[in-house]
Ligand binder design. Structure first.
Ligand code: GN1
Ligand code: MG
Length: 354
């Protein structure tokens, strides 16, 4: 199927089979299995990542940096082709990368115990801490304004303006809910405008499937490095809170299954803070709970915007899929806000700092 790709890596295509992996809403990913080796092949979605070489350049810089400051860190960079390229463009103009498949490692799709949440948070904390002295000006923004919430809200309002009247009628409730929570965007704006959150190397996609675990269930490293770029810590902490707190994720249609698990909140808090406490500013620490609200809300805004725009961004499996996802996230946002007093109480507990 991808013969012209494998040849670039000096591999004999006939010896390999491909198995499509279903996780991820943006890129397409396959596991490639050969007689005595395995790889991960990924096609970059260039509708989203307009310049794939921006990603490649960042990964190259980060790889070199980490080899100096933490040579033992498992940094899963794409393999180089026979010609030394980390991205291959095929005859159809599509871009691919080949990654090594890390032996004795696995990923998890659903966080079902607090230990996993702790391990994952620890890995994302370690990652940002290891790069704390990197000159961020060296990096490209692989997705400009990716987590710029006020801009996302503006795009949402634009989509509302352009949507057909029938569509507006059936989404009126969700549109109103987004507007009711627009104070979240104002809080974000204040934090940014008052320089209360320094730019750091941020992963921007901290879902559990982006952490590699070893056979004992300990975290090994983080993967899916396409959205590594300067950003704010609320993006990483917020997406962990968004995706680990509830046993049901954004695909769940039975909203009664969307519940907040306070012990998972504490696991994320402890795992991340043990690594990051020494470098976070007071304003960042004070924004820990806000981070979850920020990311859940932004995801609701993005799903509803895409629904209003006729599903041009996220992969959908049925009509109304993005609307359901937006409703799911709005429901979750309410659960999260109700649980805030519990989160506050948990943050009074001590954790042991490194
Ligand atoms: C997208 O493709 P995936 O699942 O890694 C999206 C994230 C969203 C997520 C929602 C580049 O990530 O921002 O949080 O879907 N990535 C991009 O599931 O837009
Ligand atoms: Mg991703």
């Amino acid at each position: 199927m991808f013969n012209d790709i494998l040849i670039n890596y000096g591999l004999e295509p006939a010896a390999y089979s491909f198995h499509k992996l279903e996780s991820g809403l943006i890129n397409y990913t396959w596991k490639v299995t050969g007689p005595d080796n395995e790889f991960i092949l990924q096609q970059i979605n260039t509708r989203v990542f307009k310049n794939p070489y921006n990603i490649a350049e960042n990964i190259e810089i980060l790889n070199q940096y980490i080899k100096q400051v933490a040579p033992d860190y498992l940094f899963v960079a794409p393999l180089l082709s026979v010609n030394g390229e980390s991205i291959i463009k095929n005859h159809g103009g599509a871009y691919f990368r080949l990654f090594p498949f890390i032996k004795n490692s696995h990923t998890v799709d659903v966080v079902d115990n607090a230990g996993e949440a702790y391990e994952a948070a620890k890995q994302f904390g370690i990652f940002t801490r290891l790069f704390k002295s990197l000159d961020l000006n060296l990096l490209n923004y692989t997705l400009v304004d990716f987590h710029n919430l006020p801009l996302r809200l503006q795009q949402f309002r634009q989509a509302v303006k352009q949507a057909a009247p029938e569509l507006l009628k059936v989404t009126a409730n969700e549109i109103a809910q987004i507007e009711q929570h627009s104070d979240i965007a104002s809080t974000y704006e204040k934090l940014v405008n008052n320089n209360l959150m320094p730019l750091r190397l941020i992963h921007h996609d901290t879902k559990i499937s982006n952490v590699l675990f070893d056979d004992e269930g300990k975290g090994l490293c983080v993967i899916d490095l396409d959205t590594l770029m300067p950003g704010y810590f609320i993006s990483d902490v917020g997406d962990m809170l968004r995706t680990y707190l509830s046993p049901a994720n954004e695909e769940e249609t039975d909203f009664t299954k969307i519940v907040v698990r306070p012990d998972f909140f504490y696991a994320i808090y402890k795992g991340y803070m043990e690594q990051m406490e020494i470098i976070l500013t007071q304003a960042e620490k004070d924004s820990f709970i806000f981070a979850g609200k920020f990311m859940i809300y932004m995801q609701a805004v993005r799903f509803l915007t895409d629904h209003l725009n006729s599903d041009v961004y996220y992969q959908v499996k049925y009509p109304g899929h993005n609307l359901m996802r937006a409703q799911n996230q709005l429901y979750f946002l309410d659960q999260y806000i109700q649980a805030e007093p519990q989160f506050n109480a948990l943050m009074q507990h001590q954790y042991s700092s490194i």
